[in-house]
Structures are given as structure tokens and as C-alpha cells.
Design a protein around this ligand. Structure first.
Ligand SMILES: Nc1ncnc2c1ncn2[C@@H]1O[C@H](COP(=O)(O)OP(=O)(O)OP(=O)(O)O)[C@@H](O)[C@H]1O
Ligand SMILES: [Mg+2]
Length: 379
């Protein structure tokens, strides 16, 4: 997993938590004077646990961790933390006691856990670090004995920098635009962003990498329609077409090839693929792309119960229509551009003037073909 592989070992590798790290270092350097514990708090995936391990690594501390799954009643806390807080390491290294998910302590029925911990913090011979997501969920009597250090949400620019670095090291084919989309989508949680990048690599990066060996769409259609197996998902990995284009190709040819009775189920799969595709775009969740590809390949393939007809495949009608209307769109664009210039408005607003534009042809300095267009087209 990338999150483990790229977990920072040094302070210099930790992104965007300068202020928090400075406080953490100053706390450990002065610990002993007031023996306050330290409470790191902040949202998930911003580097709290990582920073403690980096601290231990850089300053050669041994970490005694009491993890969240351990029972946290008075007895357990005294046994693990209490013992550790009274002894030095066998190898002579200094110790730090770490209680991750400290907001969990009094979640236990046995409220004695809080009391025991408060006592240990007062008496300990080694520094104690607590970690929590919300500081107010840590009991007041413990908070009073802690230096509070906030680890805020990471800025998307910091997240994008880390993602870019990992993508480069892993040779993942991803654009800056996609990196920024992933970073923004993470809500300041770097762990989530890194996981998304890994998912993206698993599902889409693979497709992108294979794209130089172009398999033709006709071959893919034959495979999908003919083989009735989920293995056909692989045929789409090699195609040099966008998922949206592939969907249109399948959509165009499906009713010619499948029996009528198989169409409802097959179209259900295509419509699901379509939903996933639009969600991919809207939410920038690239892992949904692979679901869309699976729906349109194996979904459509296994939806078939009956026979297939052998026909010549056609390119999607949508494309033909698009090329026919292309010249019209170019003329319309040049008209709205002229209107927007003369009227000092946006082209969006200019479109609203099209119905009256013909009568003002001279003013707008339309050319012959633009006038012809305005005459013939029903706007
Ligand atoms: N500031 C950061 N700089 C670099 N990597 C980070 C940072 N924050 C998180 N990561 C990455 O995310 C992973 C998880 O981070 P970490 O365990 O420190 O999060 P956390 O703040 O303790 O979250 P939680 O509250 O969920 O325990 C790390 O392994 C690392 O890959
Ligand atoms: Mg953590």
C-alpha cells in the first residue's frame, strides 16, 4: 500500500504541518520541567501518528504504544502505560508512550481508565503523547494535563505535491489536472488522497499504460457481444477511445446484434455504466471509471441469454450528427462572438440576441454565410 510505502520517516518528509511539528519538538525538548503530556488532535489522515513515529525516529526514542484495540480500563492502562512510565528501555533508549485514539478511553464502561491515566500523566518518568480526532472528546481532566497541538486539515496544494511525487516515483500516468482533482476531492485528508491515487493506478493507470497497443473497437465489440464472459473486461483496456466513446459504440450496435429479449438487461448495464461515468466526472472519483468499464463490457456481455446476429458494426450516430453540425456550430460561434463584441456582453448573453440579429446584420458586420445561416436556421 502506498500509504505505508510512503509514510514519512523524517520531519522533512511531512507535508504542511510545520507549526504543529515545531510545537511538538519544543514540547519534547522541554519535557521534564512541567511533565505535561501532549495531545495531538485533528482530522484523519493529516499526519498525527506519522509525526510521532518520525519524532521517535529522529530523536531515537522507543515508542510504547497502547493501541485502540487494547482494553482501556484502569487496570489495563496502569499495567501497560504505568509500567512503561516507570522504567527505561533495556537498550538504554529513551521512551515515549503513545496512546492513539485517546478519545476512546472513557468510551469504556469502566470510567476508572480516565482517572488512572490522569494519575499516570502526573507521575510518569517518560513523556506521554495522546492522539485524538476531536480534542473535546478527550476528558477535561486529561486535557488539563496536556499541551494541546493542533494538526489541521492539509491544504490541497500540499496534498497535490505529495501525490505528484508518488505518481512520479511509481510511474503513474496522471495529469496535473487529475492530481489537483484528487487532492481537492480528499477534503484535506492525505491518506484518502494517496489511497485514491493507488486505486486510480490499479484501475485506470493500467488502461492508460496499455493504450499504445491500439486494439480496434470492432474487435472489442465482437468480444463483448460474442463471448458471454466477464473476461471481456480486458478487451477495453487496450482501446484508444475514451470510456464515453466506447459506451456510444456499444449503445449504437447493441440493438442490431442482441435479440430483443436480451436488450432490457443489457441496456440496464449500459445505463449503470453511464451513471458511473458521470459520477466519475462530477466527483472526480476515478475509481468509478473502472466500474463503468466493467458494466459496459462484462455487464453487457453476460446480460445475453439468446443468440447474436452478425452485422456490420456502425459508428455511433452521435458522431455523424456531430460532424454534420460542426460547421453550423462554427458559424454560430462566430456570430455570437461578433454580437458579444459589439454589445460588450458575454457570448452566453449574446446567444439570446440571435433571434433579432438578422435585422441588425449591418451593425454586427455579419458576412454572407453568417447571414445565410441566420436566415435558414430556426433559432
Ligand atoms: N502531513 C503528511 N505528510 C506526508 N504524508 C502524510 C501526511 N499526513 C498523512 N500522510 C500519509 O497518510 C498516511 C496516514 O497518516 P497518519 O496515520 O499520520 O494520519 P493520522 O493523522 O494519524 O490519521 P488518523 O486520525 O486517521 O489516525 C501516512 O502513512 C502517510 O502516507
Ligand atoms: Mg493516526
Amino acid at each position: 500500500m502506498f500509504v505505508e510505502k510512503y509514510r514519512p520517516k523524517k520531519f522533512s518528509e511531512i507535508a504542511g504541518q510545520k507549526a504543529a511539528l515545531k510545537e511538538l519538538i519544543s514540547w519534547i525538548n522541554t519535557w521534564g520541567k512541567d511533565k505535561k503530556a501532549c495531545l495531538l488532535y485533528g482530522p484523519p489522515g493529516v499526519g498525527k501518528t506519522t509525526s510521532v513515529y518520525a519524532l521517535a525516529n529522529e530523536m531515537n526514542f522507543e515508542i510504547i504504544e497502547m493501541n485502540a484495540s487494547d482494553k482501556r480500563n484502569a487496570e489495563a492502562i496502569e499495567k501497560i502505560v504505568g509500567n512503561a512510565s516507570q522504567t527505561l528501555s533495556l537498550d538504554g533508549r529513551k521512551k515515549i508512550i503513545l496512546l492513539d485514539e485517546a478519545d476512546n478511553i472513557y468510551g469504556n464502561v469502566d470510567k476508572g481508565g480516565v482517572k488512572a491515566l490522569a494519575k499516570i500523566i502526573s507521575e510518569t518518568k517518560v513523556p506521554i503523547i495522546l492522539i485524538a480526532n476531536e480534542y473535546w472528546e478527550v476528558s477535561q481532566s486529561i486535557r488539563e494535563k496536556c499541551k494541546m497541538i493542533n494538526f489541521p486539515k492539509l491544504r490541497y496544494t500540499s496534498i497535490a505535491r505529495v501525490l505528484k511525487d508518488i505518481a512520479k516515483k511509481e510511474g503513474i500516468n496522471v495529469t496535473d489536472f487529475q492530481i489537483i482533482a484528487l487532492a481537492k476531492n480528499s477534503g484535506g485528508n492525505l491518506r484518502a488522497a494517496i489511497n485514491d491515487l493507488e486505486n486510480y493506478r490499479e484501475n485506470i493507470g493500467k488502461i492508460e499504460n496499455l493504450r499504445d497497443s491500439k486494439t480496434d473497437i470492432f474487435h472489442a465489440l465482437v468480444e463483448i457481444f460474442k463471448r458471454k464472459t466477464c473476461k471481456v473486461r480486458e478487451v477495453l483496456w487496450n482501446i484508444d477511445k475514451t470510456p464515453e466513446e466506447i459506451l456510444l459504440w456499444i449503445d449504437e450496435n447493441l440493438p442490431r446484434v442482441y435479440e430483443k429479449t436480451d436488450l432490457p438487461e443489457a441496456y440496464k448495464m449500459l445505463s449503470k455504466a453511464d451513471i458511473y461515468l458521470s459520477r466519475t466526472k462530477r466527483r472526480q472519483q476515478y475509481k468509478l471509471w473502472s466500474y463503468a468499464m466493467d458494466m459496459m463490457s462484462c455487464g453487457v456481455s453476460v446480460a445475453r441469454k439468446g443468440e447474436i446476429k452478425f452485422v456490420k458494426f456502425s459508428s455511433p450516430a452521435y458522431f455523424t450528427k456531430l460532424s454534420k453540425t460542426k460547421s453550423e456550430r462554427i458559424i454560430k460561434k462566430s456570430i455570437t462572438k461578433k454580437i458579444s463584441k459589439k454589445c460588450h456582453c458575454s457570448t452566453k448573453v449574446a446567444i439570446q440576441y440571435l433571434p433579432i440579429a438578422l435585422s441588425l446584420s449591418e451593425f454586427f458586420e455579419f458576412e454572407e454565410k453568417e447571414i445565410e445561416f441566420l436566415k435558414t436556421v430556426n433559432i
